[in-house]
Design a protein around this ligand. Structure first.
Ligand SMILES: N[C@@H](CCC(=O)N[C@@H](CS)C(=O)NCC(=O)O)C(=O)O
Length: 375
């Protein structure tokens, strides 16, 4: 891999943070350009098919849209540098990637949009400067801010569930803090795919916007340090005096990480079950053709899901993308031998996650020409 890559993104973008961190950690030479850059519209979007960030332009002119696809592009060429080899660790890594990409959107959106006193000037700066100087700059900024504000509601943040979102997030944050007091990365001494996934909400929104950043710095110093570390090309683990350089040995999943997963499972599992039911109903009614796009915001229309977490009834859009990423976890699990399967199943059960191994859609998802499609 020679030459410079161009990463189209934005400093405050949730999904850009995941791909950027992967490039930094793997010392891949890149330059980041705003998606407000003229070339994004003229050269990139026609090949990316959707105007989402992150999108990568390779030195040979290939365009790759989607953070998971960008990471997969390098992993495939790079001996899977960030994929643990042992079964439980690989499953947990891939699962944390799904949960980071899809499972923490409520706190990410709530702590961004529902604290205007602390955040609004910061957000206005970033959204305005994502637009080039030119006519209608302010209108375009307002449109994007409103669109993202609405997305928070779509992911299930309502006027009445702020307490739930905050309590659940704080439980997760404190558990993750305890875990990251023992190791610098989720599975030991170097980052795995799951670290990058989890970083998406934990950097761009929750580790950077003023309100949640202050909470993280005050209540979860080890998480804050992990966020910093994930943006450094070094191991950046000075506080660990006996640091190793690999994942934990013996396929270990520490108890502290099991505690984190248990908390994440509380809403990831019911939402996954409800979303599968909703999307499967939609598939039965609509029977999309092979290769038809599996649009991200399907839930805006008729695929809203309802599920209950800690006694709180939540309504959110059902996202096929969650199942696209989950397929990796499920396919790997299905290919394991009987003994490894039993060990993995026991782990998932202890975490309250066993249902995610078996909850799937009636149609598989694939990627064609930069889009997720129904197979
Ligand atoms: N599945 C995509 C999602 C990318 C995404 O939704 N990015 C946001 C910014 S963080 C975006 O571009 N939103 C603009 C839009 O949806 O119009 C990925 O993982 O890269």
């Amino acid at each position: 891999m020679t030459g410079e890559y161009i990463l189209y993104g934005l400093p405050h973008s949730l999904y850009t943070g995941r791909a950027r961190s992967y490039l930094i950690k793997n010392r891949i030479p890149f330059r980041e350009l705003s998606c407000g850059h003229e070339s994004f519209k003229t050269d990139i979007v026609p090949k990316a098919k959707l105007a989402t960030i992150p999108t990568l332009l390779t030195p040979t002119g290939e365009v790759i849209r989607d953070g998971a696809a960008i990471i997969e592009y390098f992993e495939a060429a790079n001996h899977r540098a960030c994929r643990p080899k042992s079964p439980r660790q690989r499953l947990v890594s891939d699962l944390c990637d799904v949960i980071g990409a899809e499972g923490l959107l409520r706190p990410a959106m709530h702590y961004r949009w529902n604290f205007p006193e602390e955040n609004l000037d910061f957000l206005k700066y970033h959204f305005l400067n994502a637009q080039r100087q030119g006519p209608h700059r302010q209108e375009k900024t307002d449109y994007m801010m409103d669109k993202m504000r609405f997305a928070g509601r779509m992911f299930g943040v309502s006027d009445t569930n702020h307490d739930f979102v905050e309590t659940h997030y704080m439980d997760f944050l404190r558990a993750l803090d305890k875990h990251l007091a023992t190791v610098p990365y989720l599975l030991g001494w170097k980052p795995c795919i799951g670290d990058f996934g989890l970083l998406a909400p934990m950097f761009g929104h929750l580790g950077r916007d003023p309100k949640p950043l202050a909470i993280m710095q005050r209540e979860a110093i080890h998480v804050y340090r992990w966020v910093e570390r994930m943006n450094s090309p070094e191991q950046d683990a000075a506080e660990f005096f006996e640091a190793g350089d690999d994942y934990l040995s013996d396929d270990l999943i520490p108890e502290t990480l099991i505690d984190v997963l248990r908390i994440l499972a509380e809403d990831f599992v019911p939402e996954t079950l409800a979303a599968a039911q909703s999307i499967n109903g939609w598939l039965a009614d609509n029977n999309p053709g092979k290769g038809a796009g599996a649009a991200r915001y399907m839930g805006q229309n008729d695929s809203r899901t309802e599920f209950t977490v800690r006694g709180e009834s939540l309504v959110a859009g059902a996202q096929p993308y969650r199942f696209y990423l989950l397929q990796r976890v499920q396919d790997y699990f299905a290919a394991l031998g009987a003994d490894d399967k039993a060990v993995a199943q026991r782990l998932f059960k202890r975490c309250g996650l066993e249902d995610v191994l078996a909850t799937n859609l009636t149609r598989r998802l694939g990627r064609e020409d930069n889009l997720e499609v129904w197979l």
